[in-house]
Ligand binder design. Structure first.
Ligand SMILES: [Zn+2]
Length: 155
C-alpha cells in the first residue's frame, strides 16, 4: 500500500473529432486515469466533452485550453494563396474573411510544446486528430487511441 504521489497524476492532452458525441466513453476513459490537468483545443465534440468532465472534477483537475487562431495570420511555413474562405452557403465574395488551414496543426504543436503532456488521449476524429497523434508520437509522448464504439453511439 504505497500512497498515491502527486507524480502519479498525469497531465493529459485530449483530442478528437468535433462531431464526436460519446460522452459516456469520454467520461469513462478520463475517470479511469489519475489526472491532474487536462489540455485541449477548445473545439466542439471531444474537446468539449473533456472540458465538461474536467469542470465536473474542478477540485482536483485543472484545465488548459489552446484554441486555434484560424482567423489569424499565416506564418513562414504557409504557402501563399492557401488561405480558404469559410463555407457561408454562397460563393465567396471580396471582403469575406479567410482562414489559415494550418492554424490547427500549428496550435497542435504549440499545445504539445507548451503543455508537455504525460499522455495524449485521442478520441475518434479526422485529420486534425491524426495530426495531433502524429506530432505526439514524433515527440515521444505516449498516445492512447480510443476506438469508436458503434453500439454506444446508437442510443
Ligand atoms: Zn496559413
Amino acid at each position: 500500500m504505497s500512497p498515491i504521489m502527486r507524480s502519479d497524476y498525469l497531465r493529459v492532452l485530449v483530442c478528437g473529432g468535433r462531431d464526436y458525441n460519446d460522452a459516456a466513453t469520454v467520461y469513462d476513459v478520463l475517470s479511469s486515469i489519475h489526472i491532474s490537468e487536462v489540455a485541449h483545443g477548445g473545439a466542439l465534440g471531444a474537446d468539449k466533452l473533456a472540458d465538461d468532465w474536467a469542470r465536473q472534477h474542478w477540485q482536483t483537475v485543472s484545465r488548459r485550453v489552446y484554441p486555434a487562431d484560424w482567423n489569424g495570420p499565416c506564418d513562414s511555413s504557409c504557402r501563399s494563396g492557401h488561405r480558404r474562405y469559410r463555407d457561408l452557403g454562397r460563393p465567396p465574395q471580396p471582403g469575406d474573411q479567410t482562414y489559415c488551414p494550418n492554424a490547427g496543426p500549428r496550435r497542435n504543436q504549440i499545445m504539445l510544446d507548451n503543455f508537455r503532456p504525460d499522455l495524449v488521449i485521442a478520441f475518434p476524429g479526422g485529420r486534425g486528430t491524426a495530426d495531433m497523434v502524429r506530432r505526439a508520437v514524433a515527440a515521444g509522448v505516449e498516445v492512447r487511441q480510443v476506438p469508436a464504439d458503434q453500439n454506444r453511439n446508437q442510443t
